[in-house]
Ligand binder design. Structure first.
Ligand code: 5GP
Length: 200
């Protein structure tokens, strides 16, 4: 069985990564969204094990020491990490896995996982992005300001990714990401061969 593809999706805060990923999972089978571990407290709409595995800082640091993470990073004063065990399990089962992670985490995965495909999700404009961050209403003013500054910085990292997808509409962006996955699955470097040419 062919191994699944590890897909990294990054983009500035508020660009709509979560919405695009959820839509992508609805329209494609065989694809899962990785549940990260974080020290950030849950938002009112979030559930343990669904959006994140919530933990405290001492436990998170222990997990770093144990080598439990494929990547981890500190983002907006909280820690976030992707558990290696989960990634291995999903990919070896032949399913594709999306990591919705920040720019620092994406750099680590690119380094330690050569087959990973990285996509930078960009807003149609910076103004549109600011509107979304202000409109979300889940954060206080200081946090919003931190996120706006971080978002502008995060935008600058787009050139480190394999692909840039603009989130004009969720449907279009999810469709484009799906097409990228399809194209990646045809790569000869992933062991794809014409029928009758071995590897089957
Ligand atoms: P939020 O707190 O809004 O859910 O996420 C904040 C940022 O952390 C987002 O940019 C998100 O992509 C990033 N993030 C979420 N999980 C992980 C992870 O496991 N690793 C890294 N490096 N970043 C993550």
């Amino acid at each position: 069985m062919a191994e699944g593809i590890l897909l990294i999706i990054s983009g500035p805060s508020g660009v709509g990564k979560g919405t695009v990923c959820r839509r992508l999972i609805e329209i494609r089978g065989n694809l899962r969204l990785s549940v990260s571990t974080t020290t950030r407290p849950p938002r009112s709409s979030e559930e343990e094990g669904r959006e994140y595995n919530f933990t405290d800082l001492p436990r998170f640091k222990e997990m770093i020491k144990e080598g439990a993470f494929l990547e981890w990073a500190q983002v907006h004063s909280h820690y976030y990490g992707t558990r290696l065990e989960v990634v291995r399990e999903v990919l070896s089962g032949g399913e594709d896995l999306i990591l919705e992670i920040d720019v620092q985490g994406a750099a680590q995965v690119r380094k330690n996982t050569p087959g990973a495909v990285s996509i930078f999700l960009a807003p149609p404009s910076l103004e549109a992005l600011e509107e979304r961050i202000r409109g979300r209403g889940t954060e206080d003013t200081l946090r919003i300001r931190q996120r706006l500054i971080a978002a502008r910085e995060e935008m600058q990292a787009y050139h480190l990714y394999d692909y840039v997808v603009v989130n004009d509409t969720v449907e279009q962006a999810a469709g484009l990401v799906g097409s990228i996955i399809d194209a990646e699955k045809c790569r000869v470097s992933r062991g794809v061969r014409p029928p009758g040419w071995g590897g089957e």
